[in-house]
Design a protein around this ligand. Structure first.
Ligand code: G3P
Ligand code: CA
Length: 250
């Protein structure tokens, strides 16, 4: 690399703001997404859950307990109730509609379909409809899931949406070329936990025509450095500014 810099010329991985810039602002709020945009994240990540009355909201957990002043499972709560909650610092829990109608095509969205309390995912049609209604370009959207059926459903509805298959630890351990080939028929990348990602996994993905995006949690910053050394194609980070500084140390 160039003298005085750890930067690798030509290496420009996607920086994905995990739940927004969630190290700095309450996760999945406009404050965290705005901060991610300000800090030049390439994508804002949005975990989606479905309320009792079938509305799609940005929330990671299956219940509202950790991230709001309310209580209960998202799938057993109405949107009205959820909108009355404080998501931290006076911020509200946004709906997907709120988010995409606000940012339109000015940001890129990295959306995760997540299950209801019964383990099922039923949000795909509504998700695609909300993106279409708001005229969000396919180029500005990536949809990710641990649930392959959910991704296949989206692929069937709109093959132009870029998909990422998230892999659990066990799936990574049992990964074969055949499996990766199957995944490459609908997805352009796999998403893996940084702690389960090594050189061999990166090569294996690449050899099968797949990109690899990795995630780590906020107390695992050393993993960010390692992922840049492995030249992954994208990384989720709770602090996009920190990730860029780690990638290009001065
Ligand atoms: O989507 C990548 C990463 O966010 C998966 O883990 O639990 O933070 O959604 P989780
Ligand atoms: Ca996620």
């Amino acid at each position: 690399s160039a003298a005085g810099s750890g930067a690798t010329p030509g290496y420009d991985p996607l920086i994905i703001a995990h739940r927004g810039a969630s190290d700095l602002e309450p996760e999945h709020t406009f404050a965290s997404y705005d901060r991610a945009v300000k800090d030049k994240a390439d994508y804002i990540e949005i975990d989606l859950r479905e309320t009792k009355d079938g509305e799609l909201i940005a929330m990671h957990d299956e219940d509202v307990n950790r991230t709001t002043d309310g209580e209960g499972f998202v799938g057993e709560l109405t949107l009205d109730y959820i909108e009355s909650l404080d998501a931290g610092g006076g911020q509200k829990v946004p709906t997907l509609r709120d988010i995409v109608s606000h940012y339109k095509n000015k940001v890129k969205y990295y959306i995760e379909t997540r299950s209801n309390a019964d383990g099922k995912i039923t949000m795909e049609d509504q998700l695609l409809q909300i993106l279409t209604e708001n005229k969000i370009d396919d180029d500005n959207v990536i949809i990710q899931s641990f649930d392959e059926a959910s991704l296949l459903k989206i692929h069937e509805r709109n093959p132009d949406v870029q998909l990422v298959r998230l892999l659990r630890k066990k799936e990574i351990q049992e990964l074969t070329t055949e499996r990766l080939n199957e995944i490459s028929t609908f997805a352009f990348a796999i998403g893996t936990y940084a702690g389960s990602t090594d050189k061999d996994l990166v090569s294996m993905a690449r050899d099968n025509g797949l990109d690899i995006h990795t995630y780590y949690y906020d107390d695992e910053k050393e993993l960010a450095r390692e992922m840049f050394q492995l030249k992954v194609d994208g990384t989720f980070t709770n602090n996009p500014k920190f990730a860029r500084e780690t990638m290009n140390p001065s």
